[in-house]
Design a protein around this ligand. Sequence first.
Ligand code: ADP
Ligand SMILES: N[C@@H](CCOP(=O)(O)O)C(=O)O
Length: 296
Amino acid sequence: MKPFEITVPASSGNVGPGFDSMGLALNLYLTLQVEEANQWEFHTGSPVTDTEDHFIVKIAKQAASWHGRELPPLKLTEKSDIPLARGLGSSASAILAGIELANQVCDLSLSKDDILRFGTEIEGHPDNIAPSLFGGLVISTAFEQDIEYVQVKNLSMDIIVYIPEVELKTEEARNVLPETYPKDVAARASGISNLVVASLLQGDYAFAGKMMEKDLFHEPYRAKLIPNYERIRYEAKQNGAYGTIISGAGPTMLSIAPHGKGQTIAENMQQILPEYNIKTVAVDEKGLTVTELSHP
Ligand SMILES: Nc1ncnc2c1ncn2[C@@H]1O[C@H](COP(=O)(O)OP(=O)(O)O)[C@@H](O)[C@H]1O
Ligand SMILES: N[C@@H](CCOP(=O)(O)O)C(=O)O
């Protein structure tokens, strides 16, 4: 086996009202270098005590065993710009890295649709898995045995993320949501989501930003879990952003802004919230990639 590297972008799920179905791939990356080895080795920036039980290895073993195969020992080197439990899809990126690892090493011949289905089954919803796999903005939903999706590329807007120091587990942020929604609320909430999609497709980012802030599916329930929720929305708008939403389940927040204005907005917002990591990010258009390494 030749050494290779798997690269998976981060993602921002929901994009406001597209709860569990809309997500954007972002240019923060998890990379996993893979080499043959006689015994397991796992290298990351921080110590890994349970090499064979590491989340990515567990997923890879699961993917291999579902196809009647066993993963051999490997030397793995992981690097990641994606902060954990911040609403930037770290778990989806790690799941995809694990599935692709098994796909490559055990010759599973999984198609991208197979990976989407398997990854969604593990993650529970496709809104992070689909964009991290395909790149761009992806709208997706599980329908019977399949995950149906539409990929949208070449959005022309700037994106700013506000990453706090605190973590928020997605599971915890899902527990505050209602089990069911009254019919009139569901109808309005999906209408708002449809307006966001339609305006993004038309390139009307100002209207998309306005409607993104009107979510009824999750933001009203999660706002209390997100530090500085109202303040970030207000200050970002004062500084010229079109709209600000919770990224995934939070606690990171994300603004969309006019093309070319993102950097200035990020700098101004960093003055207001010095304890945050605030930066502009771009949409990743490629999704998961695998490259052969000549010199690992
Ligand atoms: N690269 C990784 N390696 C090991 N575990 C990871 C990795 N990425 C994510 N995880 C696991 O996923 C958890 C975060 O998932 P989650 O709460 O869904 O937040 P998010 O996906 O928004 O970052 C981490 O606490 C960790 O258990
Ligand atoms: N649709 C999910 C998205 C979770 O994204 P994450 O990055 O916070 O894991 C939800 O809103 O729960």
